[in-house]
Design a protein around this ligand. Sequence first.
Ligand code: TYD
Length: 245
Amino acid sequence: MPISTPNLIYSGKAKDIFETDDPTVLRAYFRDSATAFNAQKKGEIHDKGKINATISALLFQLCEKNGIKTHFVKQSSDRELLVKRVNIIPIEVIVRNIAAGSLCKRLAIKEGKVLKEPIVEFSYKNDELGDPLLTRAYIKIALEITDDKTLDEITNLTLKANEIFKEFFLKVGIKVVDFKLEYGFDKDNDLLLADELSPDNFRFWDAKTNEKLDKDRFRQDLGNVESAYQEVLKRVKEEAKNILS
Ligand code: TYD
């Protein structure tokens, strides 16, 4: 009998996406591979796939519990999530609470400056172009990606998610510095939060020491990358137990 080969439909920088028997559901397999600086730096973080799949599963459930619709269906193994199939909107939605990364470079602002309110910004999900920053006019008129209504909806959902994450992580002694979200439309044209929620796409700092607990440890060769990811997982699991039951 032929062994059915899983149908790989997309291989990203850290995840492989497979079709399942249900055409509306995909399987996201989280690898240990890590990239930074638009994939110029490549490496592996031991057990990252398992850690990120589990953190993502818990944070997607936290969003759902608070009324944010997501593509999450269930965690089907230690490094796999079943997710609803969506058409990803090719925009990276970034929220910033504290200055770090490209904001500091672009505007010569010191890392760690607490912003007086959260900033939401959009960049074009396009590696060849290096994910350039977008204005609304670029999105609507130049690229014709989407309209004001969807952008408003995305902005509101993202600010809401930011409040949920900040409150959740404060309880476990972590500051949510910034993060990147992706959204997509499912077959019913519902807007769903998609992709992943993990130290790969969030900056997390320990609230007491400001120690970095995210991919900046890999980007900046700070060492102890896996243990930082494990620490985030441990704290997320502890708090999730209290909230998601
Ligand atoms: P940003 O400071 O814009 O870029 P960089 O990480 O290159 O310094 O990143 C803001 C947040 O968004 C940070 O938590 C990392 C995340 N992010 C991604 O996950 N993927 C991306 O492609 C980009 C540009 C950012």
